[in-house]
Design a protein around this ligand. Sequence first.
Ligand code: SF4
Ligand code: SF4
Length: 355
Amino acid sequence: MNFGEKPFTSDPPHFMKRTVSFTEQTRNVFLHILTACNLRCRYCYINPEQHGTEMLSTATIQAWLETLAHDQHATNLILLGGEPTLHPDLAQIVSIARDLAYKSITIDTNGYLFNDILDKVTPSDVDTFSFSLDGASAQTNDPIRGEGSFDRCVSGIAAAKERGFGVSLIYTVSAENINDLESMTSLLPHLAIDRFFIQVIGLRGRSATLRTDNGALAQLQIAGQTWLEHIPLIAEKIAQLGIPVIYPKVYLEKQEPFACAGLVSDNYFVFPNGRVYRCPLCEDYPIHSLEFQGDKLIQVPPINEKNLFELTVPEGCVMNRIIQPDNIMYHENGTPKYKIACCILKEELDPNSSS
Ligand code: SF4
Ligand code: SF4
């Protein structure tokens, strides 16, 4: 399908679409326990200059998890890398988090599942293994994520399912793979995953500096109109398979309120060099609002990301205005057609909530 030419058509929606709003009660800790990885994906958002290259010791991870746990508010923990299964103590880290009463534990993986991790943890330890694929076939996925990565990810999903783990799958949409997203409707029934996440590619890490063969910056982001015309309808098709689908809201209608998660919710994006961000779009810059110094979490003095969250711009999300202005569509008079939603705001299609 050529997405530039004709609108996508689909059956009318059958499922309740719900905007998943964030609240002060929602606490998520995204802990990067290392930045090393066996793959070298074209879109890798890890930026070693900004995030460090070290592998955190288990003692440090324990201290940081103790600091980030909360007595009153349940906290979800997402363990990431790099590839977190490269950490030899991952099972012990999971056990530490369980003892600290983290509400849920997710391990993000590229599917290689090193160190026999599936044999060292159980479904009562780890709620979800979250896999990443960027194509419905090796032909689309492997040029982006690496030779052989499609097959390894698919077999990793099967192994995790076989042992009874919850499994989700993330597909990061870019200009290089949007044409293959609809084909996931053929692949997903074979994978039997529990949730499907569609992500929009952000200009962070490698994707911010990736160049074509002739030296020009690679155009990875898709046009706003293309997103609006295709993504919600493809998400609907996937939900019709019985799989809950979550995808970024991206554009707000005039009547929809804008909120910056950096001001109204409790997310912590923690890197091995101690930086703690409240907004993932800020991660390529040294503007983190918090920082671990040793085992202590301290506030970083201004100017930091929090000062940006407090700015009000007609475009909505201030970081999109600064680093991803191509996402924004304007009327001829210069006013934005839509406000850009916070990147943390999601739409959910849940086949279990038929309308
Ligand atoms: S699997 Fe993740 S950490 Fe590894 S290269 Fe790909 S995007 Fe980066
Ligand atoms: S993505 Fe934009 S709106 Fe969301 S936390 Fe970051 S700056 Fe705020």
